[in-house]
Structure formats: C-alpha cells, structure tokens
Design a protein around this ligand. Sequence first.
Ligand SMILES: C[S@@+](CC[C@H](N)C(=O)[O-])C[C@H]1O[C@@H](n2cnc3c(N)ncnc32)[C@H](O)[C@@H]1O
Length: 330
Amino acid sequence: MTKSQSLFNSAVSGAAIAAAFDLGILAAVREGLLPSLDEFCSNNGLHPPTVGELVRALATEGIVTTGVGGAVHPGAEFEDVYRNKGYFMWLIQGYGTMLSTLSSLARLDGRTAESIRRNEHYVALSGKDYGAQFVDPVFDEVVAGLDFKVVADLGCGSAQRLTRLVDRHPSACGVGIDRSADAVALASRAVDQADLVDRISIRQADAYEITPNPEFADVDLLMSFFMGHDLWPRERCVESLRTLRRSFPGVHTFLLCDTYRSEVDDGQTLPIFTMGFELTHAAMGQYIPSAKDWMSVFEAGGWTCRSRHPIGIPFSDIFELSPIDLDSTG
Ligand SMILES: C[S@@+](CC[C@H](N)C(=O)[O-])C[C@H]1O[C@@H](n2cnc3c(N)ncnc32)[C@H](O)[C@@H]1O
C-alpha cells in the first residue's frame, strides 16, 4: 500500500472510530452485545448502509472483525483504540469543522470569528472519556493528600471530575463554572444524574470575569483542567491568576492542569493528540504556553508551584499551587 493510500484510509477510519464511539458501537462490541449489526441498527434507529461502511473501515484497521450473521467482535487493535477513542472524538467531532476550513483559516483574509469554530459539546464529551482514563488516576492521588470542603472547577466541561470528586467526599460541596452553554447543559445533566443537585451548582460564566463574590468565600480547593491556556497570553494570564487569587480568598490549593507546548519540531516523534492539539490551537490563534512559560507566571500571578504531577496525556501536568501574598508579587 502506498503512503497516500494508507493516509487516506486512516483518515476515514479515524472518523469511523469517533462515530462508532458516539453511537455506542465500540461499547457494545466490547461488551459482546453486537451479535447482529442489522439488529443493533434497528434497535438504535441507525442507518444500516452507513453503519455497515463504518464497521468496514474499523475492520480494515484491525479494530473489529465481522462474523456470521453480522456479528461484530473486537479485533487485535480494539483495546488500544478503545482506550484512545476520546482523542478521535475530540479531533473529528470537536474540531472537524475547523479542520475542514483549515485553508480558509490559513488565509489572513479568511479568518473570521465565524470560521474559528469547534463543537463544545463534543470537546466536553471527549474530555470526559480521556480524562477518566488518563487524568483521574493521578488526580485521585493528588487529591487524597488534601483536606477540603468546597471545591470550584473552572472550565468544568461535562463536570465528570467535579461530580466524581464530590460524590467521593460526602461532606464536600462544589461549584462548576463554564462559559459554554453546551458544556453547562452537559454538566447540569451529570449533576442531576449523580443526584448531587443539593451539593453542586453549575454556573455559566467566563473565568476572566469572575469577581470577588460572597458565594466563593468558602471555596478552599480550586481546580481547572484543560482550560488554562485560554488565559494566555502572558499579561492576561498573570492578571487572571491574580484575579482568581483575589476572588477565592479561602483557597489553600489550586490544581491547574493543562497540556503545554511540546517544543518538538519533528512531528514523527510526537505521540497521539499533540499534533492535533497544537495545529487546532494555532488555527484558533491561541498561544499554547510551554511548561517553562507556565512555571514563569505563577509567582507573578499570586501562586507558587509546590509540585508538578505528569498525567497520562502527552505533555500535560497537574501544577499544584499554593496562594502567596499578592502584595509581595507586585
Ligand atoms: C477542554 S475542555 C475541558 C473540560 C473539563 N475541565 C475536563 O477536564 O474534561 C475546556 C473547557 O473550558 C471551558 N472554557 C474555556 N475558556 C473558558 C473561560 N474563559 N471561562 C470559562 N470556561 C472556559 C470550555 O467551554 C470547555 O468546556
């Protein structure tokens, strides 16, 4: 097979992975619940010709195998792809529109606010999946060493992490803040489903615009996962960190987790996710700080980094921050 053949087929298969995840096909295959594709389509209101081709694309890559009576089973590559399925949803369904308008975005006169679009619903949903696998094991260890009563999650997305945390700490309460209406809808549903409406509130707000508010006086743990780069460039980030320091005066720990710039030139050595993350954020005009950039901004912003915890997402850490006296930081 030539390079272009395999690249083309991989692009199709990437879209098929994202769709199969979204439609519950991957989960059904994993649980052995797909003895007949026709029956699965009919039970789930799906279009058999589309689903048939989608499964063929998966089979081409060894992700599934097909058997008698339209049964679909895990293939040799299934577990690896299942584990990483959230990255495919992130790229294809979260950023698909942006990828399809990449040439317009690369033209200086084609860059309109309209064309810089991502699907917030799928960005939040995919984060829920890869977060549970690659972030939460480290997050749990970090949180196990902390005492807290009220937690605020900035850019909470689906609120998966917040609901899980509050659920595991029966005396804790939480507030989730996100500027996206789609994320807020997902988060509110998650809180409702977890039966935590009396202990978690979800707010639609911009983290830049948070001002001191009596409601936040009792927050002692602040966290923000995969939103921090939105606070850059540097001056704006310093100002935002200082604003957060003032708006959450009772916080003893700020867990700021983000993916930082790889600073790797040779794309061939890059792991999954990084090239897509750096390309889409460049297209959005979003500066991605390096780890060094982050480390250089905390003290000026009123925080000190007491430790760094690498997580399972490439080039991503949880920065564990303590507040410092704002007057001493100028
Ligand atoms: C990549 S998602 C991460 C969601 C979640 N924290 C997680 O780990 O799964 C980033 C989230 O931050 C939100 N966000 C980005 N900039 C924001 C801002 N300035 N204020 C509030 N939310 C913001 C987005 O709407 C999105 O839901």
